[in-house]
Write a protein that binds this ligand. Structure first.
Ligand SMILES: C[S@@+](CC[C@H](N)C(=O)[O-])C[C@H]1O[C@@H](n2cnc3c(N)ncnc32)[C@H](O)[C@@H]1O
Length: 280
């Protein structure tokens, strides 16, 4: 194992580091996450951690999968917490690696509380969350001076799997001109119905960004009225982020990955009126 570079904490035996792996592209790992990968004895990772990120783990590290496989239920949260505690008590350097950021819809808080309750020393290394990094790769800013000065992050998947009951959709629509919705694909028709019922116009621009930052990334831009059909026609699969609001229009001018692939960018994307239903 390499010594910790100056300024970075040493990964001590008996500790658990709760680390965000970002949305998939290893270029989005933090220096702290890379350092942890190169020091850990045991890496316990979730389904959304990409193969490219795992490949950066130290040669001798044990890689242990803790996600769902083939639609089957994975280990329960208490089992994972128990496993972290047990490995730390065996004096391993335990890296709990989660997609995106561990504290954003990632149940990182539950695991950290379990560690604290068991007197296991832990550290949190934040990651780039999919709703920020994934949309940036799609050329969709979260805020822009001409469109919005606030943004709201939501989950489309509540306890038990249904759309969460605790969301006041009318309040969200009234207060926030830009919505970033995680885990939205499974219940897309219901989410669209709730947004429409809360008064959001059918012409509101919407983007679905699937497998963001990965080679399989796909983006579909539609409107609230057409997104269900557009996502179905494209056969989009999770993981996907839904972006709802005017900043989605800016993709026409900011799709930098498309530009690298030779596509032309619009110079006045907000000036061009009308919703686009273009795949890209
Ligand atoms: C359980 S949540 C975990 C979120 C994660 N902690 C984060 O900060 O990004 C899983 C959801 O995150 C989103 N997600 C994670 N990685 C993604 C990716 N590469 N592309 C699109 N969405 C992603 C999807 O909405 C997915 O259903």
């Amino acid at each position: 194992m390499l010594p910790a570079p100056p300024g970075l904490p040493e990964f001590l035996p008996g500790w658990v580091w709760l680390v965000g792996a970002g949305p998939g592209d290893p270029a989005l790992l933090t220096v702290g996450a890379l350092h942890a990968l190169q020091q850990a004895d045991l890496v316990i990772y979730d389904a959304l951690v990409s193969a490219a990120v795992l490949a950066l783990a130290r040669g001798g590290a044990i890689l242990e999968y803790a996600g769902k496989r083939g639609g089957k239920p994975g280990p329960k949260q208490p089992d994972i917490s128990r496993r972290l505690i047990q490995a730390a008590r065996r004096e391993m350097r335990v890296l709990r690696l989660k997609g995106g950021d561990p504290f954003v819809f990632g149940r990182g808080a539950e695991e950290a509380l379990a560690l604290a309750g068991a007197n296991i020393p832990f550290r949190v290394v934040p990651g780039v969350t999919a709703g920020i990094g994934g949309l940036a790769y799609a050329g969709i800013p979260l805020t822009a001076r001409d469109t919005n000065s606030s943004v709201t992050f939501l989950t489309g998947h509540g306890v038990g799997g249904a759309v969460p009951d605790g969301i006041d959709w009318a309040a969200v629509v009234r207060a926030s001109p830009m919505l970033v919705i995680y885990m939205a694909l499974k219940h897309l028709p219901e989410i669209v119905a709730r947004l429409t019922g809360a008064g959001l116009a059918g012409a509101t621009p919407v983007a679905v960004v699937a497998s963001a930052t990965l080679p399989a990334m796909e983006v579909r831009v539609a409107t609230l009225a057409t997104v269900v059909a557009a996502a179905a026609a494209a056969g989009l699969e999770p993981p996907a982020i839904l972006a709802v609001g005017e900043p989605v229009r800016l993709r026409a001018g900011l799709d930098w990955l498309g530009a690298i692939a030779g596509r032309a960018l619009e110079t006045d994307p907000l000036g061009a009126r009308g919703a686009r239903d273009t795949g890209s």
